[in-house]
Each structure stands twice: as structure tokens, then as C-alpha cells.
Design a protein around this ligand. Structure first.
Ligand SMILES: [Zn+2]
Length: 474
């Protein structure tokens, strides 16, 4: 529920990046592609004020092939449509044969080729957002055809004409309102709603970011975001320079469910009030519960717990340094938890998968939503550098925070690993589920001590037992 000052936000984002270079790896921002973390052994780095990212993991995440030509020190990224050639220590890249200049030369860090983030965004069809709160760099593949185009902006004969309006700030007031302040003339298009995922989109034609909104002038497709806490459906506000000719700003309100809103235009101010989730609001609690007069009857309603073993089938998850796959470990813990919960008379457990099958992330969330589950627990193993170790727990919406904190303490007790804390992230299964939902990263399969401990059945049993204790503790 904090006020949001974009300029400070960006400065602090940059300082986080700068700190990340010299200090502990844990401070460096994480890379996300389409809401999923990109696992790389090299983190983004800032060199001479340019953010560099490992090209291979991003390119592969986008379905490109990556070729490394050792003799010529070239990295070639191609997907049949686009071919980009980088040469180590060279500031020129060839994009489909056309030479383009990088802000900084392609640089090798720990044997990985690092490319300026801005270039990657511009040339690989990505929108780039920085999220200070979760310390992440969020990359989204541009899916322009799916979005209805913004209403035709006013035609101007001279493309060099400056934008009529300047967006000065975007803030969330903590009470369901997103407020945009501007100077000059801003004629916003009518907001429109998109789904899968649910979002409200507001385009501001002929509008540019005020000079102090961002630390440097944004290029098309770049911007920032603001994480929202404490709203039933609104989780994030993203903004970017949607088009540069003419300058159009797009603001996107990310929602976890279809939500009604009102849009108000004031003097120097635009306001979107995000109301409760769409659909008839229950005026009073449903009177389906029978009066508890007959003590011999079992409880009318059991507490539904959905257990989600991460990955499965053709998606093995992380590979442990000891050879086993994350999907196997996740399933073992999930099945143990399921068996223990079945013995609890007040609890009805469910599994998103009970064997080695692939289940899409959206289907896992839908399964829990359709069931009207009470809580959702996703079980995973982590992977990073060999030295990274510990247990961490993720949640997305504030209604899941308490659950995350309770379960985290219990899992931590079970593993005895380093406490990496409770964190927020946009993983699909914890974002698209509508009940309190957490994702537990039990330990690092890339670390030989964590991997060995997790391989032991007694550790898996302890994790399952502690999760039960945690669930009963809620
Ligand atoms: Zn995983």
C-alpha cells in the first residue's frame, strides 16, 4: 500500500543492479520470460551502466537456436525468421544481415555471452519491464496480433512533432485506484479488457513519458511496472512506450480474475478504479450449511488441499547434480503429502498429477479453481549455481502471504537448509489460482548437499509431515 514515485523507483532499480555486480549473487535481479523464471548460471550484470543479460537462456526460451562458433568467437541466434550474429568484444551485431550497434560489446562472463538487455528487447520482439519490488527483469514476448490495436491515434502529418501530453507519474493509492498524472494534453482511448490473463488496457495516444519518469528516454517496447499489494484481483500495473511514431503509452492492469472498473478523466489526471471481481457479489453468506444439531453426522464440508507436483512427463524440471530429475522428487514428496492428508478427517487432498505425466500450468490452476480448493501447494526443487543452497517459498497475491509464511517455516524445519525466505513471484500456478496458493522450492538440486539430502526418503517424509503440520496450523 505504498505510494509510488516512478523516478525513485527507477533509481532504486538501477542501484539494485549496481549493487548486484559487486555483491552477493542473491541481490542480483532475476530474469523472467513470460512470467516464468529463466534459469541461468549467470545473472544479469551491469557494466558501464548497461544491463547485460545472458543471451543463450533468453534465446532458447524464445525458441531460437543458439550456435557458438569458437574460432570466430561468434554467437548466432536464429529461428528461421530472424538471424542475429554477435561477435565477442564487438559492438556490432548483424540482424538479418543488417549491421546494428550495441550499447556495449558482447561480453563473456563465466563463459556465457552477455548482450545489452535493450538490444535483446528491441530485436527479439520482447517487452522489457523492471519490477523493483520482486527485483526481477520481466520479459514478455510481444503478442500484438492477440491484442486489439489501440483506436486510431490522431494522424499527424509531421512525424517529428512532439507528443501533446507527458505522463508524469503512475501510482496505486492502496484503495483500488490507479492514478495517472500528466501535463499538457492527453486524450486517452477508452480502456478495454482482455482475458487469459485478465487485464485492463489503457492507451494514451500522442503521449510520451515526462523526462523525469524514467532515468533515460525509453525506446519502443520498454517501460516499467508497479506491483500492487492488498487488492483482491489487481496484482500489477505495467506501462511501456507502445509505439514511438506517434508516441503512444500503454498501461496494463494485470488482474487475477475479470474485474469491473470505472474510468474517470480529470484535470491533469486519469483514474481507473478497480472494483471487486466481476459477477454477482453474494449479498449474504449462502445458507447451505445445515445447523449443527446432529453430532453423529460427519462435517459437512472438508478442507480441500490441492497438491501440485511441479513438472512431469516431457518436462523434467531441473536436473540434480546426482542425476535424478526434479519432477521425480516433486512427485515423491507430493504423494507422501497426499497419503498423510488422506488420514486427516477434516481434509480432502487432491493431486494435479499422480504419476509421471505432463500437465500444463494453466490446467493445474484451473483444476484447483474448478474444485474451489481452499489452498494450493506447488512443490518444486530449485536450480542455480553449485553454491546456491536453501529453501524458499513463493506466493503471488497478498491473500497467500500468510499461508506462504506458515508453510515456509515448516518446510525449513524439515529440510534444515538455509532460510532463503518468503518471496513473491508471478508463477502461473500461484498467480492463476484463485485460492491462497504457494510454491515451495524445497532446496537446490544444483547443490550437491541439498540434492543428496532431498534424495533421502527421510527428508521427503519430514517435508510431507511438516507440510501437514503447517496446513493444520493455518
Ligand atoms: Zn520446478
Amino acid at each position: 500500500m505504498k505510494k509510488f514515485v516512478p523516478f525513485l523507483f527507477f533509481l532504486s532499480f538501477l542501484s539494485v543492479l549496481f549493487i548486484g555486480v559487486g555483491q552477493a549473487a542473491a541481490d542480483a535481479p532475476k530474469l523472467y520470460l513470460n512470467g516464468k523464471p529463466l534459469e541461468s548460471d549467470v545473472e544479469p550484470a551491469v557494466v558501464n551502466q548497461t544491463t547485460l543479460v545472458p543471451i543463450r537462456v533468453i534465446a532458447e526460451g524464445l525458441g531460437f537456436d543458439v550456435i557458438w562458433q569458437k574460432e570466430s568467437k561468434k554467437v548466432i541466434v536464429h529461428n528461421g525468421e530472424t538471424r542475429i550474429e554477435f561477435t565477442l568484444d564487438d559492438r556490432t551485431a548483424l540482424v538479418n544481415g543488417e549491421a546494428k550497434t550495441l550499447l556495449a560489446p558482447a561480453t563473456a562472463i563465466k563463459n556465457r555471452t552477455m548482450i545489452p538487455l535493450r538490444f535483446v528487447g528491441e530485436n527479439m520482439g520482447l517487452d522489457v519491464y523492471w519490477d523493483q519490488k520482486t527485483k526481477t527483469v520481466q520479459l514478455f514476448q510481444q503478442v500484438k496480433p492477440a491484442d486489439p490495436p489501440p483506436a486510431e491515434p490522431p494522424k499527424t502529418e509531421t512525424p517529428e512533432i512532439p507528443a501533446k501530453g507527458k505522463l508524469k507519474s503512475i501510482e496505486y493509492n492502496g484503495l483500488g485506484s490507479v492514478i495517472l498524472r500528466y501535463e499538457g494534453d492527453v486524450k486517452a482511448n477508452k480502456p478495454f479488457v482482455l482475458n487469459a490473463p485478465d487485464r485492463i488496457v489503457l492507451d494514451l495516444p500522442d503521449t510520451a513519458f515526462a523526462s523525469d519518469f524514467l532515468p533515460e528516454p525509453p525506446v519502443k517496447g520498454t517501460g516499467g511496472s508497479l506491483t500492487v499489494d492488498g487488492h483482491p484481483t489487481l496484482t500489477k500495473v505495467r506501462y511501456s512506450l507502445y509505439s514511438d511514431k506517434p508516441s503512444t503509452i500503454r498501461v496494463v492492469l494485470d488482474l487475477t480474475a475479470p474485474t469491473n472498473y470505472t474510468f474517470t478523466e480529470g484535470q491533469g489526471e486519469l483514474r481507473i478504479d478497480v472494483l471487486d471481481a466481476a459477477g454477482p457479489a453474494p449479498s449474504q453468506p449462502p445458507a447451505t450449511e445445515p445447523p449443527a444439531t446432529d453430532p453423529s453426522k460427519p462435517p459437512a464440508k472438508k478442507y480441500k488441499v490441492v497438491i501440485d507436483a511441479g513438472h512431469g512427463g516431457h518436462d523434467p524440471g531441473a536436473k540434480s547434480v546426482l542425476g535424478y530429475n526434479e519432477k521425480e522428487l516433486n512427485l515423491k514428496i507430493a504423494l507422501k503429502l497426499y497419503e498423510l492428508l488422506k488420514k486427516e478427517p477434516a481434509i480432502e487432498p487432491y493431486l494435479t498429477r499422480k504419476d509421471d505425466t505432463f500437465v500444463a500450468l494453466d490446467d493445474r490452476a484451473k483444476f484447483a479453481n474448478d474444485l474451489k480448493a481452499d489452498i494450493f501447494i506447488s512443490i518444486h526443487g530449485n536450480s542455480f549455481t553449485p553454491s546456491a543452497t536453501g529453501t524458499e517459498t513463493y506466493y503471488n497475491r497478498s491473500d497467500s502471504k500468510q499461508l506462504a509464511e506458515i508453510l515456509h517455516q515448516h518446510v525449513l524445519k524439515a529440510t534444515g537448509f538455509k532460510d532463503r525466505g518468503v518471496k513473491t513471484a508471478g508463477y502461473v500456478v500461484i498467480k492463476k489460482t484463485t485460492m491462497p496458493a504457494v510454491l515451495v522450492e524445497t532446496g537446490f538440486l544444483s547443490n550437491k548437499d541439498d540434492a543428496a539430502a532431498l534424495q533421502k526418503e527421510e527428508t521427503q517424509n519430514r517435508i510431507a509431515q511438516e507440510l501437514v503440520a503447517g496446513i493444520k496450523n493455518i
